[in-house]
Structure formats: structure tokens, C-alpha cells
Design a protein around this ligand. Structure first.
Ligand code: ADP
Length: 425
């Protein structure tokens, strides 16, 4: 069956956030890890989000990857493709939002593209083309000091113009509040003046619902998860998809053993480990030994192997802030983080070799490393364990279907680990 909505996400966590938003708004959604192999067999889904890592790479590289992903999505029948960007419009004057949007627009045969990073749920709103982060204009928010993409201008019409070949216009809130016909008229008027991209205001979800409806009349749009919400709701409203896709069948049992790997040192994860320790065996890895050689990894695998058939186990690299900073000053922040991610991903992969099919990973980078090592090509998004953390079902996994929960460090309540395992059978 053809997919209704395709998306190309400029980074992995953004892709997960969008895939979760689409699922919560009624679309059965798969998220892929990179551009999938042409042979990947997709289950019956409404939407596919292709996760790329192109937010901060040189623009030509981003354009090549995005257009390749677009071809893959169109071949699967995607009528509309959303280029998923960050809700804080992270980019520089050299790109990549403008160049990629223009390339996707060209590939789809031209027209003009709606662009909005608005996502009211997380405090990102756009008014008269100016992006606000919470109560602050973008250029006064912490994003002004972003290490890769410092944002010094809140006027997105200007920001996008600096990145683009074509002219950029504005669809203001007055037009959006007047409804789809008014927005359509405004877009038509802009198009006659040669505008290829239009920044759209949006303050409330209803604005994004209007924009979603309009965006579907074109082949391409650019936005954050907020526009994803608008597109999903418009698709459900239009009757083009049933909207009754239950996330429940995503979590039908996979059997096998279960394990938790923690690499996040966030306050929430440290607390979750403390709570889980009362009911499950927890191995606290020695981070220094992890970095200095393979013995600690082998010991962890053997420790887990002895216990895992009796029930879930936790293997944690996570340490308190003092230990983390000591290690970082000794080995360097990047090097120590990377070495520990490699170690935890090897442990995860070895446990899967030993029959683990239900896996919880705490930590964003830690999760990314584990998914890469396990070579999982894609996930179907299931119901949420905690806000922003859904259960995932692997798609096209060589070892057979697995259920996963990949948690950003600070997400989830104190009993997150038990809550996750209770949803994974
Ligand atoms: P979060 O989602 O909380 O940011 P991440 O997994 O993204 O978690 O980042 C945590 C980083 O800390 C990873 O690079 C991980 O390898 C590293 N790390 C894990 N344990 C330790 C430790 N004991 N000391 C130093 N760094 C650690």
C-alpha cells in the first residue's frame, strides 16, 4: 500500500519526535535509520520518516542525501514530503533549510513551499515571521549561543532569504486565522510574484491544522513536529487514512529475554536506576576500566549472562556528576563519551546474541550507538511509556522482531524502567 506522508528529518532525535507526533495524531508510522535499502519490506503504514544527520553538514551534502531520501519516499507512493527541521530553525546563512527545501521543490516540479518551525506544545511560535522560543525572540533565547548554529536573527523571512536562491514571502497570522481559502489566495498571490518559499505564522495548534490542510495541496513542505501534527490531522480529517491505527498491535509480544542498558548520567536516569535497583539486578560498570580495555565489557556480558534467563537485568555506565567530570578531565569529554558508548553498544549487541528481544536504552547518544551497532534498519512507533518515549517495534531486523524503548536521559518518571518492561512482552 502507498504511504500517504513521507518525511525527511535532518537529525535522528528530531525524526523520533516527529514519528511519535504523527503516531499520536493517528498515523501508523515507521521511522527509518538513514536511507533504507531498496529491499526493505515496509509493513502497512501511513507515514515514513527517514532519519538523516544533515542539520550541520555542508549544504551540497545535505541536498544530495535529502533528494536521495525523497526519491525513496516517492517510490513508496508518498504524495507529500515534509522536510523536518528543528523547531528553533537551527541553520546558518550557508544553509541547510533553504537549499534542501529548494532542491525538494525542484524535484517535485516546482511550486511554492510552506515553511514553519512553529510547535506550540514546546513553546515555539511564529508571529509576523519572527520565531519565539518560549517568551523570547529566537535571537535573545539560548539559541543565540548554540555551538554549531548560533541564531542571531528572529526574522525567518530574512534568515531563509540569506540561505536561498529564490524569493521568500510571509503568510501572516491574519490570513491563517481567516482559514484555508485565505491562505490559498495569499499563496497564489505570492507565487505570481515569484516567491518559492513562504514562512507561515502559527501560534496555536489550530493554525497548524489550517497549514497542514494547505500544505497537502502541494508536494513538499518544511517544518518541525508542529507542522507534522497539522499534516497528520488534515490527512485524518480528509478521510484519506482511517486514523484508527491502534498503536497496540505494534506491541504484540515478541518473547525472548529483556535487558536495560544505561549510559545517560542525567539526574532522572540516576534516580530511575536507584529505584530499579530495588527490584532488579543492576551492574554498575567501572567507567575507567570500560575505557581502558575489553575486560570490563567481557565481565559485564558474563555477569548478565548468568542472570538474564531469570528476569530482566540492568547494565549501567551512568555515574554521578563528580565521577563524570573527573573522567572527562582525564580522557577528554568526546573521547570518554565515545568510548563508553562503544562499550555499552557492544554489551547490548552481545545480550541480543544471547536472546534479548526486549531492550531499553537510557541516553540519547547511548541509544544511537546501540541502534547503529544492532544495524536495525527501521522502527514502527507504538504507544508512549512516558511523554516523548514510545515503545518501538523493529522493522526488517535480521534477528527477528524486537521491542525497544530508547530514552533521552531526562525523560520518564522514577519508575520508568519497570513501566517500560511492563509494556514489552
Ligand atoms: P543523555 O540523553 O542523558 O544526554 P547520552 O547517552 O546522550 O545521555 O549521553 C551520555 C554520555 O555520557 C554518553 O556519551 C556516554 O557514553 C557518556 N557516559 C556514560 N557513563 C559515563 C561515565 N560514567 N562517565 C563519563 N561519561 C559517561
Amino acid at each position: 500500500m502507498a504511504i500517504s506522508l513521507g518525511s525527511i528529518a535532518d537529525d535522528y532525535t528530531g525524526a523520533s519526535d516527529l514519528a511519535n507526533t504523527l503516531t499520536k495524531n493517528g498515523l501508523r508510522t515507521v521511522q527509518t535509520v538513514g536511507i533504507p535499502d531498496p529491499s526493505l519490506a515496509l509493513p502497512n503504514v501511513d507515514a515514513v520518516v527517514v532519519s538523516l544527520k544533515i542539520r550541520s553538514v555542508p549544504a551540497p551534502e545535505a541536498v544530495t542525501a535529502a533528494t536521495e531520501a525523497e526519491r525513496w519516499l516517492r517510490q513508496r507512493g508518498a504524495g507529500h514530503v515534509l522536510y523536518k527541521i528543528c523547531s528553533t530553525f537551527d541553520s546558518t546563512d550557508a544553509g541547510n533549510i533553504g537549499p534542501v527545501t529548494e532542491a525538494l521543490c525542484d524535484a517535485a516540479g516546482g511550486g511554492s513551499v510552506l515553511v514553519t518551525p512553529a510547535f506550540p506544545e514546546t513553546g515555539r511560535t511564529v508571529y509576523l515571521g519572527h520565531l519565539f522560543v518560549g517568551g523570547q525572540p529566537l535571537n535573545e533565547s539560548p539559541l543565540k549561543d548554540h555551538p554549531l548554529n548560533p541564531m542571531h536573527d528572529a526574522n525567518l523571512v530574512r534568515v531563509l532569504t540569506r540561505q536561498s536562491r529564490g524569493a521568500v514571502g510571509l503568510i501572516d497570522l491574519a490570513a491563517i486565522a481567516a482559514g484555508p481559502a485565505a491562505v490559498r489566495a495569499r499563496l497564489d498571490a505570492l507565487r505570481t510574484t515569484g516567491v518559492t518559499m513562504a514562512i507561515a505564522d502559527a501560534i496555536f495548534e489550530r493554525d497548524l491544522e489550517t497549514l497542514g490542510e494547505l500544505a497537502l495541496e502541494a508536494s513538499v513542505s518544511t517544518g518541525a513536529s508542529g507542522l507534522g501534527l497539522g499534516l497528520a490531522r488534515a490527512l485524518v480529517r480528509s478521510g484519506r487514512i482511517s486514523g484508527s491505527a491502534t498503536a497496540e498491535d505494534v506491541i504484540r509480544p515478541v518473547g525472548g529475554l529483556s535487558a536495560i542498558i544505561a549510559g545517560s548520567c542525567s539526574k532522572a536516569t540516576l534516580r530511575q536506576l536507584e529505584v530499579a535497583e530495588r527490584s532488579m539486578p543492576v551492574l554498575r560498570l567501572d567507567p575507567e576500566r570500560l575505557i581502558s580495555g575489553p575486560d570490563e565489557i567481557a565481565a559485564a556480558i558474563s555477569w548478565a549472562g548468568d542472570r538474564i534467563s531469570a528476569g530482566p537485568v540492568i547494565v549501567a555506565a551512568s555515574s554521578a556528576p563528580e565521577t563524570v567530570s573527573r573522567l572527562q578531565s582525564q580522557y577528554g569529554r568526546e573521547a570518554s563519551g565515545h568510548a563508553i558508548e562503544t562499550a555499552t553498544s557492544i554489551i547490548a549487541a552481545e545480550l541480543v546474541e544471547r536472546g534479548v528481544r526486549r531492550l531499553v536504552v537510557a541516553g540519547g547518544e547511548t541509544s544511537g550507538a546501540a541502534v547503529d551497532r544492532l544495524a536495525i534498519p527501521a522502527f514502527l512507533i507504538g504507544p508512549e511509556i512516558a511523554p516523548g518515549v514510545p515503545v518501538l517495534r523493529t522493522v526488517g531486523n535480521q534477528k527477528g522482531d524486537m521491542l525497544l524503548a530508547l530514552k533521552s536521559g531526562n525523560f520518564g518518571g522514577d519508575d520508568f524502567f519497570a513501566a517500560a518492561l511492563a509494556m514489552m512482552h
